[in-house]
Ligand binder design. Structure first.
Ligand code: SF4
Length: 431
């Protein structure tokens, strides 16, 4: 039996795609081994969103070549799409697939070659990749959309992933039913720009969510991976209000809290518009978790502009923030701007906001002490059952047995060292 190993870099969409490759190859008779072992076939599912991600993608390719000089080396994804010339120089690579033809990976592996086509990436249709089972027992990702047409000035993704395109809702409902049928209780709707789901057809995100709520029996939770503030509609909030299945957590990337920086970033809102909208969301859902992404050290970001962002983050009371030092990507509009900052300034600003985010997370999580919450348990270690609330707050419960993949009501008793602790208050809602 031939063996394969896969390394996945980057986002949830890449993770979903890799899971689909693993499932298809396993069903075709290949056996998966760890990436550190010698394999007949190596797949490197790459990322190029930052310099670090691109460099890690290259390292994985060289690691595979070193481990078995006779192996078939397949390189897939964003780094191929954006840096094909560089990869063409590595002779040992057998197969390159960019944004297109990902659904043909297994076929190409069978035949030993495939056609690389990185052109016309603004005219692609959605390529469905099947998935019935996900490696995380409780939570499965479901790719509903690909590509982006927004072209924020710092972002390589529209070049790497191509135009916006969406899966058919019928296909997604079938896939969600299969995932729930194989035991998953939570589905994370994933994509590059999921608020634009269905804009290339007749559906929209609210329609898809409603169908998932109504038609997928046994699905306890639906989570959105990330959504733009301009795409959170009243219809979406109405649906959230009508269904407990859609969790009270929205990850809304703000990127900067300073209007002049937002303008240079080509983001389609002002800080005031962002703030007013999250206040309106909080008005409807009092304890909702609103988390965000912020890029620090963007081109020309002055100390004053950075401090404006830091103050804005405080004002918004995010539950946590993902902080990214700006990474210059060739071909993007921001790469041409004047005033790129040095690495130390970017690192120092990132450290300041990471500290702030850690404090925010503790403050947010502590609000649940002396409250009853619903916890979906995911792991069991040393007599402690560990799970998350819908708001994505981590909860520990001392337990004689594993509660994995069960949802229980829990009374939160206290917060200690970054974790909420609690006790079960009644039998499983659903097991
Ligand atoms: S919305 Fe902006 S940041 Fe997000 S993928 Fe599109 S271009 Fe990149």
């Amino acid at each position: 039996m031939k063996t394969f190993a896969i390394a996945t870099l980057g986002c949830k969409v890449n993770t979903f795609e890799s899971e689909s490759y693993i499932e298809s190859l396993s069903e075709s008779g290949y056996q998966q081994v760890d990436f550190k072992e010698s394999a007949d076939i190596y797949i490197i599912n790459t990322c190029s969103v930052t310099n670090t991600a691109a460099s890690k993608s290259r390292q994985k390719i060289h690691q595979a070549i070193r481990q078995n000089s006779h192996a078939m080396i397949c390189v897939v994804g964003c780094y191929v799409q954006t840096n094909q010339n560089e990869l063409n120089e590595i002779e040992r690579i057998d197969l390159l697939i960019g944004a297109k033809h990902k659904s043909k990976l297994v076929e190409y592996i069978h035949q030993g070659y495939g056609d690389v086509d990185i052109n016309d990436q603004r005219d692609m249709s959605f390529e469905s990749l099947p998935l019935k089972h996900f490696s995380h027992q409780t939570r499965a990702f479901l790719k509903i959309q690909d590509g982006c047409d927004q072209f924020c000035s710092y972002c390589i993704i529209p070049f790497a992933r191509g135009n916006e395109r969406s899966a058919l809702s019928d296909d997604l409902i079938d896939m969600a039913k299969s995932l729930v049928g194989s035991g998953h209780k939570e589905i994370v709707l994933s994509g590059i720009h999921i608020g634009r789901y269905g804009k290339d057809g007749n559906d929209d995100l609210t329609y898809l969510l409603k169908r998932l709520v109504d038609e997928v029996d046994g699905l306890l939770r639906i989570r959105l991976s990330s959504i733009e503030i301009t795409e959170i509609t009243e219809q979406l909030l109405d649906l959230m209000a009508s269904s407990e299945k859609i969790v009270r957590h929205l990850h809304i990337p703000v990127q900067s809290g300073c209007d002049s920086v937002l303008k240079r970033m080509n983001r389609p809102y002002t800080s005031g518009e962002f703030y007013d909208r999250i206040q309106a969301i909080r008005h409807r859902f009092e304890m909702i978790s609103i988390s965000t992404d912020i890029i620090v050290g963007f081109v020309g970001e002055s100390e004053e502009e950075f401090q404006t962002t830091a103050k804005f983050a405080d004002k918004c009371r995010f539950s946590f923030m993902h902080i990214f030092p700006y990474s210059m990507r060739v071909n993007t509009a921001a790469a041409q701007l004047i005033g790129h900052l040095d690495t130390n300034t970017k690192k120092s600003r990132a450290a300041q906001l990471i500290l702030k985010s850690n404090q925010m997370k503790i403050r947010y999580d502590m609000q649940f002490v002396n409250k009853e919450v619903s916890v979906l348990f995911e792991s069991y270690q040393n007599g402690i059952a560990i799970g998350h609330t819908g708001e994505y707050v981590l909860v520990n419960v001392i337990s004689d047995e594993s509660l994995n993949n069960q949802c229980h009501r829990v009374w939160i008793t206290h917060h200690k060292q970054g974790r909420n602790y609690g006790v079960l208050v009644k039998k499983a809602v659903e097991t």
